[in-house]
Ligand binder design. Structure first.
Ligand code: C2E
Ligand code: CA
Ligand code: CA
Length: 369
């Protein structure tokens, strides 16, 4: 008969030592724990539900001293959390390797921040009305000493690890204000500069306070900015803080754009509840818009709904004229994609925008001041 030797508590974490047990029996036991933890707890009249995540490590296979065993169980626990919580995962060596890789990449990102290797590139967002004045989306790049200009796909992990994401966010904010001033001196007047945010930017008031400080220091008004948020930020624990932070920015004149619209689970609920001015239709719906009547119907539906709500629509990932024509016929408000220009450095922007405004062959011409 298996026995639980001991249990201990640390914060909201508990440990169980199960002795003389096969892996299958241990899994059966932890599944029973998961099941029991799912039972609602009644506080006053309202039932509260909670979930548990469990990581399992086996002696001596995964470690033959307590520290190594704990570490292995911890890695499995974080894996269970990353897979959506409310589940149990057993440790394996691949997990250890991926954790080691992750922490070495996070270290590299933090060092790169110290060495000032990050920079913001800007991609035009083109209006389809007659104003022609482009907005710009700030997209981060890592000017890597060995690999050259590296795109976020290779350091995405930095945006997912809270302390690193907060540091990247702060860098991005400071740089966006500096670039806004530099753009002025280069003669580029963007309608708005859009910056991408993560939950980490709302965990404390630091980011938003700094936003207003920088606005004061530089004289670049909040209405010069747009913040892009994704649905993931409206889910989970930070929901209230994100909502409050967005309200603060919105009240000061910052526009809020719902990024990657259509890829989440409950986008419509958030559209109703959050102070959102623009929707950015994810480029996966635009990619096949010429050939897929389903994608066409989805995009057209989103444009109609958004306009009825008094908001505006941006189509992302516009790569060819045919896509542009379809989107124009649907009355989409802004277009963004390689057809108009890829993201480039601040110094390259005047040339890109000049070409856009001069080039008769370009589909939508833009203003440069
Ligand atoms: P996103 O916010 O959806 O940004 C748009 C991405 O689509 C950019 O990739 C852009 O270069 C790419 N793109 C633009 N037009 C086209 C097109 O016509 N075709 C195709 N195939 N792609 C196009 P990028 O710059 O690699 O950024 C990827 C993601 O990294 C961004 O997706 C955003 O989620 C994240 N990211 C970038 N910079 C920042 C940042 O400063 N802060 C945060 N939090 N996230 C960032
Ligand atoms: Ca974006
Ligand atoms: Ca997007």
């Amino acid at each position: 008969m298996p026995k639980i030797c001991t249990a201990w508590e640390g914060g909201d974490e508990f440990g169980l030592i199960l002795t003389e047990m096969s892996d299958d029996a241990a899994l059966e036991m932890v599944n029973a724990v998961l099941e029991t933890a799912r039972e609602p707890v009644h506080i006053g009249r309202s039932p509260r539900r909670c979930s548990t995540s469990i990581g399992l490590a086996t002696f001596p296979h995964d470690g033959n001293d307590p520290a190594t065993l704990f570490k292995a169980a911890d890695i499995a626990l974080y894996h269970a959390k990353s897979l959506g919580r409310d589940r149990a995962e057993i440790f394996n060596n691949k997990l250890r390797e991926s954790v080691e890789l992750r922490s070495s990449l996070l270290g590299d990102i933090e060092n790169a921040l110290i060495r000032n290797e990050f920079e913001l590139f800007y991609q035009p967002i083109v209006p389809t009305d007659t104003t022609r004045q482009v907005s710009l989306e700030a997209l981060m790049r890592w000017r890597h000493p060995k690999h050259g200009v590296v795109s976020p796909a290779h350091f995405q992990i930095g945006f997912e690890h809270q302390p690193t994401a907060a540091a990247l966010g702060m860098f991005m904010l400071e740089q966006a204000f500096k670039d806004a001033l530099r753009l002025r001196t280069l003669g580029v007047q963007a309608r708005r500069i859009a910056i991408n945010l993560t939950n980490a930017d709302f965990r404390s008031d630091l980011f938003i306070d700094r936003f207003f400080e920088l606005s004061q220091e530089t004289g670049v008004p909040p209405r010069q900015f747009c913040v892009e948020v994704t649905e993931g930020m409206f889910l989970g624990r930070d929901q209230r803080r994100v909502n409050q932070g967005l309200q603060r920015l919105h009240e000061a004149g910052v526009e809020v754009a719902f990024d990657d619209f259509g890829t989440g689970f409950a986008s419509l609920t958030h559209l109703r509840q959050m102070p959102i001015d623009r929707l950015k239709i994810d480029r996966s719906f635009i990619a096949n818009i010429e050939s897929s009547s389903a994608d066409q119907a989805i995009v057209e539906g989103i444009v109609l709904m958004t306009h009825k709500m008094g908001k505006r629509v941006v189509a992302e990932g516009v790569e060819n004229r045919k896509q542009m024509e379809i989107l124009l016929s649907m009355d989409c408000d802004f277009l963004q994609g390689w057809l108009f220009g890829k993201a480039c450095s601040v110094d390259e922007l005047p040339e890109l925008i000049n070409t856009m405004s001069r080039d008769e062959a370009r589909p939508l011409r833009c203003n440069v001041q």
